[in-house]
Design a protein around this ligand. Sequence first.
Ligand code: AMP
Length: 288
Amino acid sequence: MKIITLPSEAQRLSSALRNTGKIIGFVPTMGFLHEGHLSLIKKTRAICDVLFVSIYVNPTQFGKGEDYEKYPRDINRDILLCRQNGVDYLFTPDNKSIYPEGFSTYVDAGSITEVLEGRFRPGHFRGVATIVLKLFNIIQPHVAVFGQKDAQQAAIIRKMVRDLNVNTKILVRPTVREKDGLAMSSRNIYLNPRQRLDAGILYKALKYAENRISDKNFKKDLNYIKSRMEKLIKSKTTVSSIDYISFNNNNTLEEIKTLKNLSGVKILVSLAVRFGKVRLIDNIVVKR
Ligand code: AMP
């Protein structure tokens, strides 16, 4: 495995690989790798000739007061995991090479970035879309693979690729979970033991919604499901607040207010919950 830090070098290399007809696969990450990342890496390994992974904690997607400085990092462990999982090129640029002095061009995907996470993290998806497009221009992948864990991010990247004619196919892979259902996340390391125990409630609440929504005989509506989910989550003493529990069209992210006339629509049930200062997100996709 080769480690590359310069964008110009990665771009030269991927151009050369493309010219020899190799299919390039790419998994962008912020590192501190876990089984969720590895599932994307393994999938991409299986369907591509050349596998690029990036590890870059992108400052422009963190808001003021968020965890950019203390975001967990362990590059030596990540390098080992990438080696063990068949990564060919690990791209680990520094901030100066990604955002050189005078940098001023950003990608704004519009209203889809303003709902859900966007309401609580203004500017977050502008940073995400910008870094992903930059990485796509550097790595020039035929295929890039993302996780369903970050459902809104995946929807925004799909939209950006469509809107801007980016020549990369986007795949989205299922969320990998711990035994109790907690979605794997680099940020889970922030949870203290009591919070970690309580955090399993998020998946239980999502499964509750899935059961109700997919049951055609269920006569009540989404506000009932939402209040039951809130009750379940608030029963855990380490929960400090619920930022949102929301029902949206999985493709457009338009809010869904009622279960009426939803036959065939994929409903994204998503939530963001704080355990003390630790903010976790999760989601599940359900068909009525
Ligand atoms: P991150 O390092 O958090 O930016 O995540 C990098 C990629 O891994 C994104 O496409 C995430 O959606 C994906 N990812 C993160 N956690 C999981 C998980 N538990 N299961 C599947 N994919 C994940």
